[in-house]
Design a protein around this ligand. Structure first.
Ligand code: PMP
Length: 447
């Protein structure tokens, strides 16, 4: 429900102040200022009600003001806001760690260390893997996104805007192809097998015994919501085991219920050695974690892990609210239901429009990849997959149209040609359907 054109006059005034006070390097998807939010709705300072299909980039999965989170945050903030867990302790940290140890895949003994951001969790997973193996190398994938700190930028694939101008980056980072079915040169059929063969070749080249960690998003986020070809993740697990490489699952975006299981790894039953979580874990407060095999986690000497704010008590209280809400499985079911609704509404477009290459994702992590129609090849080679020409302009136009109508969607993908949907798991169905109607109309008109 919109009262003004977006952005409204109050947002525009605030935007002017922002522009004068903040650096240009801080981008913005939709320049409206939010007054309150919850239940899949963002209310801006001009009284416009926006449909939230972004969840603050996969953070507010249980809602932006869920009572189970808000009441715990209030209660904790009223008692104390900070001690630094490395100075004096509090039970919320231990309880979050115990829960994550129990919930992450695998029933081996585990430990959890808490941090504040996803990038910090991934960096610390690398530190732990290096300390445990005594090896320097890190293998990551095409289209990967792991954060904006120097090490995680080295691990992130996309150059512009994340990396350009910021190098040199830390070394010992090797990149292998991700099993991206739509864009696999040999076609989706052999995608997993060929991607695993390429990884083996890379390990032969760099020396598998120099590699500490294999870091993978079990469903890629910023890279385009790429669901890896079936068999790829189990193959990575096998290869990592074979060579004593620590398998790190970056579940920062896909984890904590987003894909309809608590962790995206569970879709293929793999058991990573270390799991990085963040985003939805803190229900909107900054909290991240590395959870993993006790013997790996304990390889770091005393004082080697931590940080001033790492595992902040208010963020831990919020996380306990999130974990309570996820506990009975209702929200996981909701995520799967959201997938069904999104597929029913969007998949017909893939048949109808040549510009819609694929509707993909899992649970409440769904996306549409846009391509430019190309003239039919008069002499097609049956053994190669014509790489569909990405259409970032179309993705941008679709998102802009949604934004103008008050539906918050995000663009992602190495080529910027994917529109992604990350609704809160608690979004009412009618609101989701309303948002999808706007998206479908936007796709039709922009195509
Ligand atoms: N890993 C993945 C898979 C992510 O999607 C992100 C954030 N988009 C990060 C790491 C970095 O998280 P943060 O922004 O909290 O540092």
């Amino acid at each position: 429900m919109l009262r003004t054109a977006l952005p409204g006059p109050r947002s525009r005034r605030l935007q002017q102040r922002r522009d004068a006070a903040l650096p240009h390097g801080l981008g913005v998807t939709l320049p409206v200022f939010v007054d309150r939010a919850g239940g899949g709705v963002l209310v801006d300072v001009d009284g416009n009600h926006l449909i939230d299909l972004a969840s603050g980039i996969a953070v507010t999965s249980v809602g932006a003001s869920a009572p189970a989170v808000v009441s715990r945050v209030r209660e904790q903030a009223g008692r104390f806001t900070h001690t630094c867990f490395l100075v004096t302790e509090y039970d919320g940290y231990v309880e979050v760690a115990e829960r994550l140890n129990a919930l992450t895949p695998g029933d081996h003994p585990k430990r959890t260390a808490l941090f504040s951001t996803g990038a910090e969790a991934v960096e610390n997973a690398v530190k732990i893997a290096r300390a445990a193996t005594g090896r320097p190398g890190v293998v990551v994938f095409d289209h990967a996104y792991h954060g904006r700190s120097m090490m995680t930028l080295a691990m992130t694939a996309k150059e512009v805007p994340y990396k350009s101008g910021f190098g040199p980056f830390p070394g010992e980072v090797h990149r292998a192809p991700y099993a991206y079915p739509l864009r696999w040169p040999g076609g989706p059929g052999d995608c997993a097998e060929q991607a695993l063969a390429a990884l083996r070749e890379l390990l032969d080249r760099v020396g598998a015994d120099t590699v500490a960690a294999l870091v993978v998003e079990p469903l890629q986020g910023e890279g385009g919501f790429v669901v890896p070809a079936p068999g790829f993740l189990p193959g990575l697990e096998r290869i990592a085991r074979e060579h004593g490489i620590v398998l790190v699952a970056d579940e920062v975006q896909a984890g904590m219920g987003r894909t309809g299981t608590l962790f995206a790894c569970e879709h293929e039953g793999i058991v990573p050695d270390l799991v990085c979580t963040a985003k939805a874990l803190g229900g909107g407060l900054p909290l991240a974690a590395v959870t993993g095999r006790a013997e790996l986690m304990d390889a770091v000497g005393p004082g080697g892990l931590g940080g001033t704010y790492a595992g902040n008590p208010v963020a831990c209280a919020a996380a306990l609210g999130v974990l309570e809400m996820l506990a009975d499985g209702t929200l996981l079911q909701r995520a799967r239901r959201i997938e069904g609704i999104v597929r029913d509404r969007l998949e017909p477009l893939a048949d109808e429009l040549v510009t819609v290459a694929e509707v993909r994702g899992r649970g409440a992590m769904m996306a549409v990849e846009f391509v430019r129609p190309h003239s039919p090849d008069p002499d097609p080679d049956p053994d190669t997959n014509p790489d569909p020409d990405p259409d970032p302009d179309l993705a941008r136009a679709v998102a802009a149209r949604c934004h103008a109508e008050g539906v918050v969607t995000l663009v992602c993908g190495t080529y910027g040609n994917v529109v992604r949907l990350l609704p809160p798991l608690v979004i009412p169905e009618d609101l989701l359907r309303e948002g999808l109607d706007v998206l479908v109309a936007a796709i039709r008109s922009a195509s």
